[in-house]
Write a protein that binds this ligand. Structure first.
Ligand code: KG4
Ligand code: ZN
Length: 340
């Protein structure tokens, strides 16, 4: 039988990603257009702007992925596309494009859950043993999974409100730092050596679920209490860099503490776990990575964190999931939707 050569397409939010994954040779290419610059002036992702940019970039990015892989569209036999969750207008661009290609060229179609893409993104570079614990933290999601095998995982906990990345983005906005907030918060924290100045509240230790909206409010109220923020005018009063550094650092240490605490609790409940993975955009954060690494080393557990290009949204993780789903015979019909 011919090996599967999968084209992976990712358009769930503000990144247009396409990649080619070969069943025997692995990842052949990974092309990306990030819309960050387009959304910067709005301080966050504007859905209408995002979907229009997806429409503009999808053809050239797919062409780039094919060119870099040195593979023609005829040689592609599986088209894997993120079909949920995400911004509807953005998702529709990728799903319609993938369906049209599959229909016109009689190729196999596979709808991939974006979170399953993140959850298996560490496999693009590492051979992670099963079962393992996966901490996914991005701008839209924060979850803990127990991963038993390819496509086989159980949700142990997830956020009941905001995602961790969202907390970074929202606090960065309060501090008048540019979007996306995560990298800015990390940069500012490094200036004060990742010290915890304001001891923001940690989350409930008795659950594996996360909650970050209360943390954002706690930061806001603390800033108001310190006379640094005017709630009425929604204005930052203390624009001093040292103050910003201290808020950023206290937030980062708090979120790192929460992650370590949740992983610790999950390991207590699941003693057969052989490794831990940390994935999603927030996994670009070197400080959190090191905190988790130190913790895992004490437990003699390997920690796998993808390189930054595979942490943030990308087509490679979608192509990877498409590849194993194809081998499992899990194909989608042409009525693939963005809701189910
Ligand atoms: O995975 P991703 O690209 O998109 C979603 O699926 O949401 O993640 C984007 C998120 C943003 O919230 C961004 O602030 C955060 O990842 N992020 C970081 C860092 N780099 C990106 N958060 C903390 N530290 C970073 N270095
Ligand atoms: Zn994502």
């Amino acid at each position: 039988m011919k090996p599967y050569i999968t084209l992976g397409i990712e358009t769930s939010c503000d990144e247009t990603g396409a990649a080619v994954y070969h069943q025997e040779k692995g990842l052949l290419s990974n092309a990306l257009f990030s819309q960050i610059e387009l959304h910067k002036k709005f301080g966050g992702v504007v859905p209408e702007v995002a979907s229009r940019s997806q429409l503009e970039k999808i053809t050239p990015i797919i062409q780039t992925a094919l060119d870099l892989a040195n593979v023609s569209l005829d040689e592609i036999n599986v088209i894997a596309v993120t079909n949920k969750p995400g911004l509807p207008g953005s998702l529709l661009v990728g799903v319609c494009f993938a369906k049209a290609m599959a229909f016109a060229q009689s190729k196999k179609l596979i709808g991939v859950n974006h979170l399953e893409g993140h959850a298996f993104s560490a496999f693009l570079e590492y051979d992670v043993p099963f079962p393992h614990l996966c901490l996914t933290a991005s701008g839209g999601h924060t979850s803990l999974y127990l991963v038993h095998g390819f496509g086989d995982y159980t949700v142990l906990g997830q956020t009941v409100d905001d995602a961790a990345g969202e907390a970074f983005d929202k606090v960065a906005k309060l501090l008048e730092l540019p979007y996306p907030g995560g990298p800015e918060i990390e940069k500012h924290s490094a200036q004060v050596n990742f010290e915890d100045f304001f001891s923001y509240p940690r989350s409930n230790p008795n659950t594996l679920n996360f909650s970050f909206s209360g943390l954002k409010t706690a930061v806001l109220y603390d800033m108001v209490k310190q006379g640094a923020y005017n709630m009425h005018d929604k204005k930052l009063l203390n624009t001093d860099t040292v103050f910003k550094n201290r808020v950023a650092s206290s937030l980062l240490v708090c979120i790192a503490d929460i992650f370590v605490q949740k992983v610790k609790r999950a390991l207590k409940e699941h003693r057969d776990v052989k490794a831990v993975t940390f994935v999603g955009g927030v996994a670009c954060n070197k400080y959190i990575k090191e905190r988790l690494r130190t913790f895992c080393e004490q437990r003699r557990l390997p920690l796998f964190v993808p390189s930054p290009q595979f942490c943030t949204d990308n087509g490679a993780m979608i192509a990877f999931v498409g590849n194993y789903k194809a081998q499992q015979g899990k194909f989608s019909d042409l009525d693939l939707d963005i809701l189910r």
